[in-house]
Design a protein around this ligand. Structure first.
Ligand SMILES: [Zn+2]
Length: 80
């Protein structure tokens, strides 16, 4: 039995880097593995690049099979 009022909050800043996490983000990005964020230096789940954008989720909420970012960084690439 699952209590629908309980939401699972995941804190990825404490997980070791290099852990493969396959899933989906609320943005449509797919996650790949944990890594250290170049923006803030904390660990998080790194997504694959999509439309020159990459998201690193440091803290998120699991909704079904989607990870919704609560605390995350956006990386944008302007290099081609
Ligand atoms: Zn970050």
């Amino acid at each position: 039995m699952q209590d629908p009022g309980t939401q699972e909050i995941m804190d990825y800043t404490t997980v070791p880097v290099g852990l493969v996490i396959e899933g989906k983000l609320w943005t449509g990005h797919r996650t790949s593995s944990t890594a250290t964020c170049p923006e803030c230096g904390r660990n998080g789940v790194m997504s694959t690049w999509m439309k020159r954008r990459q998201i690193i989720v440091h803290c998120g909420r699991i909704e079904g099979n989607t990870l919704v970012g609560i605390d995350f960084c956006n990386l944008e690439s302007d290099a081609t």
